[in-house]
Design a protein around this ligand. Sequence first.
Ligand code: NDP
Length: 283
Amino acid sequence: MSENIAVLGLGLMGTALAESLLAAGHRVTVWNRSPAKAGPLVAKGATRADTPAQAVAANPLVIVCLLDYPSSRAVLEDVELAGKVVANLTTGRPAEARELATWVAERGGEYLDGGIMAVPQMIGRPGALILYSGSERSFDRYEQAFAAMAEPRFTGADPGMAPLLDLAMLTGMYGQIAGFLEAAALVTSAKYPLGEFTSSLLVPWLNAMAALQPAWAEKIESGDHATEVSNLEVNRAGMENLVRAFREQGVKPDLLLPMKTVIDQRAARGLGHEGLSGLVEEL
Ligand code: NDP
């Protein structure tokens, strides 16, 4: 089904979103603060609006993709939102999403928040994912249109849920990057070829470790941190060893030290017999 959709914000991501909607046959009206960015989309069939209010007037679904929430709020300020569905795909904090959802509801609109788990080049292609939360009725109504941009996944009625899960996924990513950077510093300090270490040793090892995480999640959900793999005391000694080895090698273990602090704290409570999953309770 072809929908009438307004896209507010034509940065790298907004442009990719609008392109994928046009390619799927939707009627798309675009607006951007710097109007020149609309040109290539107009050439592909989009309608250009001079103001956000004009873009929204003719379209029941409004997709927002701007720098941040303050700019999203400013752009929607003078727009008639009654009866509209606002899907804000701008990255932000859960509290900002909840606040904007209330603000839109006060103006008679329905609100969905979205967390984009993709870069612009992935939009409209398999592998791209967008997490949504907020109005389930709006999600159900437009799920098919959303699917043109990326696989749509509804995560709950709390508008803050999609940004929270987005941040949780980024957290996992930063943890992995931190581990890689420390490993890279250690390996290069010994002049071992980093490319070979990374592809033939580290990546297979990380994949094997990642495969254990669903079992860890079960332990955390159950609160039972008993382990048959390696207990906290063994890991405490291992981390001590690691940090010492880094220093002997002339490398700073700065990205590892926060984890060591939490392991030491948990072990000091006499919980050295538990597995590492118990660390979550220290957080
Ligand atoms: P860009 O920097 O390319 O675009 C930013 C957009 O915001 C432009 O349309 C810009 O308008 C507009 N903007 C900035 N400030 C204001 C303002 N005060 N009033 C009105 N418009 C404003 O960023 P992206 O498109 O890459 O990112 C947009 C959102 O998508 C961000 O929240 C980002 O986190 C998210 N995202 C991006 C990803 C990526 O890989 N790029 C991945 C996942 C999420 P103008 O053109 O006039 O400057």
